[in-house]
Structure formats: C-alpha cells, structure tokens
Design a protein around this ligand. Structure first.
Ligand SMILES: [Zn+2]
Length: 178
C-alpha cells in the first residue's frame, strides 16, 4: 500500500496516510481528520475537534453558570445575615457563648445587688439596675445567635456543594488540550 506523508491539522504531528484513505485518526492527539487532496498536496482537516470544542464550550458555560450561582448565593447570604439581631456592624455576629456570658454576667450583678440591697439599699439599687441591661441583651440575643449558627451551617454546606460542582467542571476540562 502506498503511503503519503502529511501532518495533523490539529496538533501538527507527522502523519502517514494511505494513498486512498479519506479519513485518518492522528496517533498523537486522536483527532479524526478528513484527508484533503489538492493537486499534488495532501492535507488534513479536523472533524472530531469540533465536537470536543462544543463540549468544552458547554462545560465553560456551565462553569460560568455555577460561578454566578455561587456569587448570588454569597450575596443573598450577606443580606440574610444582616437580618439577625445578633449581627454587629463590623460583620461579626454575637455567638451563643457570648450571649450566655452576658446573661451570667448581668444575672450575677443583679444577685449581688439583691444581697447588698438587704444591708445597704443605696448601693444595692444601682447594682441591680446595672445588671438588667446585659441580662436583657443576652436573653434577646441568645435565640438569635442559635438561629444564626444553624443558618450559617446550612449556608456553608450549600456553598461547598456549589464549589465542588465548579471544581468537577474544571477537572473535566483539564485533560483538554490547549
Ligand atoms: Zn494530531
């Protein structure tokens, strides 16, 4: 069988093409190629690459979509977390432990106030008043802090799912030749 030397249209590797062949597969990049004969020159043209290009485009579009989902997810979380009373202006949120600390602190001062009040009322009364604020704030923030913790746990899990999806799409794309 007579053989003609040519090269792959996709990767440029040398190709041995049987003289009557209409279609060949490149041994290097596995592109399926149409054999094109013009006068005395034999060239090849990629067929399969088109399909893999479409697949790559689909994956790219999916990646963009998932990235957009992630962005919206983060955005809505940032908005939602502001609705918690436990939210502080600098982005921190009062934790359950901190709220309970306030309750204990306020409660202890009030108990002390009651004890002192029995002996020295003018000192006990202001102590009692002093303990009310932290106790109330702690009581108000504690359920909110618990709700926040749960919501945050859900958010972190949902976000991880999306990032893993994005990572998979990128790994699928990785073996693709550049
Ligand atoms: Zn090739």
């Amino acid at each position: 069988m007579k053989i003609i030397s040519s090269h792959c249209d996709n990767c440029g590797a040398p190709l041995e093409i049987p003289v009557r062949a209409r279609r060949v597969t490149c041994l290097f990049c596995e592109s399926v190629l149409d054999v094109i004969r013009t006068d005395s020159v034999v060239t090849t043209q990629v067929i399969e690459e088109l399909r893999s290009r479409i697949e790559k485009t689909e994956r790219d579009l999916q990646s963009i979509e998932v990235r957009e989902q992630l962005r919206r997810y983060d955005e809505s979380w940032a908005q939602y977390r502001r609705t918690f009373r436990a939210h502080k202006s600098e982005g921190r949120v009062t934790t359950k432990g901190e709220a309970e600390g306030m309750i204990l602190f306020g409660g202890a001062i009030m108990i002390l106030g009651v004890l002192v009040f029995a002996f020295v009322p003018p000192v006990g009364a202001p102590l009692l008043a002093l303990g009310i604020a932290p106790l109330l704030v702690g009581l108000i923030l504690r359920p909110d802090a618990i709700r926040y913790q749960r919501a945050r746990g859900k958010f972190v899990m949902g976000r991880r799912r999306l990032s893993e999806k994005l990572k998979e799409l990128r790994e699928d794309a990785a073996p693709e030749r550049s």
